[in-house]
Ligand binder design. Sequence first.
Ligand code: ADP
Length: 341
Amino acid sequence: MISIKNAKKIFSTKKGQVRAVDDVNLDISEGEIFGVIGYSGAGKSTLIRMLNGLELPTEGNVIVADNEVSTIKGSKLRKARQEISMIFQHFNLLWSRTVKENIAFPLEIAGVSKNERIKRVDELIKLVGLEGREDAYPAQLSGGQKQRVGIARALANNPKVLLCDEATSALDPQTTDSILELLVDINERLGLTIVLITHEMHVIRKICHRVAVMEGGKIVEIGQVLDVFQKPQAEITKRFVQQVTEPEETKETVQQLLSLYPNGQIVQLGFVGGSAEQPLITNLIRNHNVTVNVLQGKISQTQSGSYGTLFIHLDGEKEEVAKAIDFIHSQKVGVEVISHA
Ligand code: ADP
């Protein structure tokens, strides 16, 4: 379904040349859910934008659903793009249009008749579970509902490929799960090929069949998700895998800590890029009615932020501890929480 051959994208900037995508080769089969993971600046967006012709490679070829999107132009490219839809982190909905008008928009552009449009929008509303919200405006919807509109709109013209650009990064963990489940459902029901880019390994683990890890514009590791989780090869892959697995050693640590601190909760925080740990702890101490003990952990600083694990102990009234944990959960960016009663 997708074939990328020796693709390079070099941007010329005032500071010199940036190799955003550096000699990438990749084949993705029909019906696959394929994930691309990497930290900010790895080249994920540039790669995914090449798949729908939004970005042209400096060198190489990109073929999607039998169309060489890296060379075709004008009406041919527009037609090819109907086979390749995209959903976005911030949904990109039309704010002055209702749910059903948003979903109907690509059908209008494709010249579908009004009766057909009404029928198709109705089907799509059911497919993504938005019954009863047809006449709402985006501002009246939750984040998860907005992404459901984005998905319905992307599917309107029966594409062969769905590209997901950090599609769950603006959502809380529960909503993320429900959107990921919807994507799996659509993949299974429609046989749609899905390519998603993310910086979150739990997204890959939850729904992808295969994964490519990108760093500095290159694919540094590629394989079946299970294999990559069991035997990560590249250093960067090991870091991503650590985001979501709890090694035996950690379990022992938690047991020891629980015996030392039988009251309250031990919370394991995993930091993945960004510099979130200090502000988070400060906020807990200042704004929550709990005692915060930073117990132990290992945080390393790299160019793109801090990585590692920190154990903290929260003690206080049960409700206050629960509120503090909710607050930690709401700090989506770069924090994973495993809490132990
Ligand atoms: P990611 O999606 O993994 O964060 P991007 O593909 O957005 O990575 O960016 C890869 C690299 O290319 C970064 O160094 C970024 O600054 C650079 N880049 C992306 N788009 C442009 C552009 N239009 N002009 C110049 N540099 C760009």
